[in-house]
Design a protein around this ligand. Structure first.
Ligand code: SF4
Length: 551
């Protein structure tokens, strides 16, 4: 911009707003909050060297608090909650009073792809360094707990020896790339996105080009028609679609996310061929890095920028400033017609089969994973997959191996034909390990499943029950039929007890939308099974033909 006078230019309202938002591309590089300051002071990826050279030798007490509560995340490391602190104290205690000297360590599994060496390595690490804990997350990761800082370098070496990493598993950077767990094998897939997942990981994960984003950044790439990577709630999603002229490729969606102000991702209306996915991904991520809001962390996710810009402006900036060329218009990806959890027995392109099994609320252990690896090998398979629904898939089975495998896995508590309740209930980490938690989630959800299987065994259609331990949405409360947000509630005697705020009628896929928060609907943990039984019975009694719960 040029001016005809030397008089100072008064900032317009718009430029004041931009400055207030700390957008780098508009020249505002001064950190506006302590998180931004930490990222500016030292690239968070550099903390690895300090862990290896200083902290692993000096122990927990030697860790700089800024690294401990900030940069450690870029290497998948969080302090876990000290045992025995009840949920009522979560909001009143300082972080250091809540945290233990042990860590959660998140192993990123891009595309959910694991071979048996990798599975056995995670199993061994869990048993040796993690008190046999392991959780399958709803983002295809596996998390260990009770890890000591002294053991972290050894764990990294062992993971990296089999091609796994914890790099950028947490933090304000590109997190694990969700990929269809049946990419390249499903008989009904539109396009195999595996190359794009691997190429983005190779080019950009661990690169300082994207290691300082305004906030976490979630990616999903799937060419399966079931939308098995929950694309609507990712910052950027490539969704398989057949272009009438160009053939199979991807519909590009941006700006999805849950937690506060949940928003569904929106289509930019373009078609992206497989070979362009990494470049387009880098363009969208670059927009987020350069134009994303860096003042308030609660308004930093990409969804807020998209809400202000709208899809047309976002597309214009992507094409002109980042790609230097227009993208072709594209058709809308078809709405999914089948569940994306892949539970059950399915035919592969090559005539063999894959089997999806439900675990109970994603909880496993190192010793269990080692047994799973043995069973998988005994039945002639060498590949497993994690999913975005806390499930495990076993690939490449000859037909005669399918039923024996299902029986063997059932003996380990993994079900290919689970009840509707076991299949569709998810829980976040909760008070056992999470510093933000107010209530216990995993145990409560596991008990709930057992109870509902007894009380309403006739449930013949999916009703998703997602249990969260606090107002965050790690287990996606807003998109569940019954979303349960953990909080303290008052019981009949007037005492404060663990309970839930209920959200009803959320969904992804065909009926995508957020559940309604029903203010009056708060339920104590003790009354939860009664409450859900009542809802299920009412639905079963009153539904019309084909009417799903979310309607
Ligand atoms: Fe922790 Fe809350 Fe996320 Fe559960 S939803 S894992 S309690 S932050």
């Amino acid at each position: 911009m040029t001016t005809t006078t030397d008089a100072p230019v008064r900032p317009t309202r718009a430029s004041r707003a931009q400055k207030g938002s700390g957008q780098w591309a508009l020249g505002y590089r001064e950190p506006l909050n302590s998180n931004e300051q930490v990222k500016k002071d030292d690239d968070a990826l550099n903390v690895r060297a300090r862990i290896e050279n200083i902290y692993a030798h000096g122990g927990f007490e030697s860790i700089d608090p800024v690294d401990l509560r900030g940069r450690f995340r870029w290497w998948g490391i969080y302090t876990q909650r000290k045992p025995g602190i009840d949920g009522g104290k979560t909001a009143t205690l300082e972080p250091e009073q809540l945290e233990d000297s042990y860590f959660m360590l998140r192993v990123r599994i891009d595309g959910g792809q694991l071979d048996l060496d990798q599975l056995r390595t995670i199993a061994e690490l869990s048993a040796t360094y993690g008190r046999d804990t392991a959780d399958l997350t709803d983002r295809q990761n596996i998390q260990l707990h009770w890890v000591r800082i002294e053991d972290v370098p050894t764990i990294w070496n062992k993971l990296e020896a089999v091609g796994l990493t914890t790099q950028e598993a947490c933090g304000d950077c590109p997190r694990v790339i969700l990929g269809s767990p049946v990419a390249g094998i499903a008989a009904d897939e539109i396009i195999d996105g595996t190359w794009a997942v691997e190429e983005i990981e190779r080019r950009y994960i661990g690169s300082k080009e994207f290691s300082n984003l305004p906030r976490k950044f979630k990616t999903a790439i799937s060419g399966h028609p079931s939308h098995d990577t929950v694309p609507q709630i990712n910052d950027v999603a490539f969704v398989g679609v057949e272009h009438p002229e160009f053939g199979p490729g991807f519909d590009l969606w941006v700006g999805g996310g849950l937690s506060t102000n949940p928003m569904l991702a929106q289509r930019l209306g373009v078609w992206v061929p497989l070979e362009d996915v990494p470049e387009v991904w880098a363009g969208v991520t670059g927009i987020f890095r350069d134009y994303g809001y860096r003042r308030l962390r609660t308004r930093a996710r990409l969804k807020f920028l998209l809400a202000d810009w709208g899809t047309q402006r976002f597309r214009d900036v992507l094409e002109t400033e980042y790609l230097g060329r227009p993208l072709p218009d594209g058709p809308e990806a078809p709405a999914p017609q089948t569940p994306g959890d892949h539970v059950g027995v399915h035919k592969q392109q090559d005539g063999r089969f894959y089997v999806g099994v439900a675990l109970t609320v994603g909880r496993v252990s190192g010793s269990l994973l080692a047994k799973v690896a043995d069973v998988v090998e005994q039945h002639g398979s060498g590949r497993v997959r994690t999913t975005a629904h806390q499930k495990l898939l076993i690939l490449d089975l000859d037909e005669h191996r399918v039923e024996p495998l299902i029986t063997a896995l059932e003996g380990l508590g993994l079900y290919a034909r689970p009840s509707a309740w076991r299949r569709n209930t998810m829980a976040c980490t909760g008070i056992e390990f999470c510093k933000l938690a107010i209530i216990n989630t995993k145990d409560r959800a596991a008990e709930l499943i057992d109870e509902l299987e007894q009380r309403v065994p006739e449930l013949d259609t999916p009703i998703s029950v997602n249990v969260n331990g606090c107002p965050n949405s790690c287990a996606r409360i807003q998109t569940a039929d019954i979303g349960l947000k953990g909080q303290l509630v008052v019981d009949e005697s007037g005492a404060q007890v663990e309970g839930f705020q209920v959200h009803l009628g959320g969904a992804l896929g065909l009926e995508a939308g957020f559940g309604r928060k029903l203010r009056a609907h708060k339920v104590t943990g003790a009354a939860l099974a009664d409450y859900i039984e009542r809802l299920a019975r009412t639905y079963l009694a009153e539904r019309n033909d084909g009417e799903v719960f979310a309607q």
